[in-house]
Ligand binder design. Structure first.
Ligand code: NDP
Length: 286
């Protein structure tokens, strides 16, 4: 068997075209969706993520502003900026790029963002709503994964979904989303015993660890759907996922590549969440 490759890049293109149309429609009605990103310090990876996000916003017609703050910014100063954005009616989405410098408590900052502008879906209010299967802002990477699986017409109900990784931004919400879609979900993490015996039982395997090519074909069930979230830079500068793509594609039914897999879907879901926030906020204002 050779797996069908799910190109997130292609699915993302289609979704972004729809988003662009909806943004135009909103703008014709006097509302230009706006995303504000705050970045603290000079982390080069963070800076390039923010640039990608900005470029994607521009292409979709979403207003995007970046507030760049110095590394020594205090928590109070950052809270002040978030408060201003919370109160600014032209801002529909607020994103504070993580990680933050040590003097700032990420949890405090995340909780200071107005839940209705929390397009990253990290606020405990939105996490609680996701947990209780209510409409919420859902973190972009898991939302992108679900969109890819649905777009590929892969059945979820009753399937065994194994999620390797339990971070608040990827693993945990990914499992919760698939649970809400009636899958049977198993979470694995660094203390899991006999990991590969569990991954081998997955109908849908989602890997979000950050260890290059840790999942080999021996750890995957024949016909499984394999979603690779990992982004690992190898010593030669190339990018690899957490899954050994070449070997696993021989046994899987579907597999996502790295790059061009989950990555493009993540940014697309940020655009989608910003559009959703703009629609909700503007309809409340009437
Ligand atoms: P974190 O480092 O926050 O979490 C990693 C998770 O993997 C933890 O739950 C950890 O367990 C678990 N883990 C670590 N080692 C093992 C192991 N040997 N066996 C089983 N589980 C293990 O990472 P993120 O969730 O933020 O990201 C994961 C990967 O996804 C990274 O490569 C990141 O770059 C990528 N990523 C890609 C995105 C995209 O858009 N494509 C978006 C976000 C992330 P424990 O909790 O016990 O420590």
């Amino acid at each position: 068997m050779t797996a069908e490759i799910i190109y997130g890049s292609k699915i993302a293109e289609k979704i972004r075209a729809n988003i662009k149309e909806e943004v135009q429609h909103l703008e014709n009605n006097g509302v230009r969706p706006g995303l504000s990103v705050i970045i603290v310090g000079d982390n080069p990876a963070s800076k390039s993520y923010v640039k990608f996000k900005q470029r994607a916003c521009e292409k979709a017609g979403i207003q995007s502003d970046v507030i760049e703050l110095p590394e020594h910014t205090t928590q109070e100063e950052l809270l002040h900026h978030v408060k201003q954005l919370n109160e600014d009616p032209s801002v529909h989405g607020i994103l504070v790029q993580l990680p933050l410098p040590d003097q700032i408590d990420e949890k405090v900052i995340i909780e200071s963002i107005s839940p209705e502008k929390d397009v990253d879906g990290f606020h405990p209010y939105n996490i609680g709503r996701l947990q209780t299967d209510q409409d919420a802002f859902v973190p972009c990477t898991p939302l992108g994964i679900l969109a890819m699986v649905k777009e590929s017409n892969i059945a979820i109900t009753g399937k065994h979904v194994v999620v390797v990784g339990r971070s608040n931004i990827v693993g945990k919400p990914a499992g919760q989303l698939f649970l809400n879609e009636h899958a049977t979900v198993t979470y694995c993490h660094s203390a899991t015993k006999d990991l590969f015996n569990i991954t081998k039982q997955a109908d849908i395997l989602i890997v979000a660890v950050g260890k290059a090519k840790m999942i080999k074909k021996e750890s995957v069930k024949d016909g499984a759907v394999v979603i690779d979230v990992g982004n690992n830079y190898l010593s030669d500068g190339s990018l690899a996922g957490d899954v050994d793509f070449e070997s696993v594609k021989e046994v899987a039914s579907y597999i996502t590549p790295v790059p061009k897999g989950v990555g493009p879907m993540t940014i697309t879901m940020l655009l989608q969440n910003t559009l959703k926030a703009a629609k909700q906020i503007s309809s409340k204002r009437g």
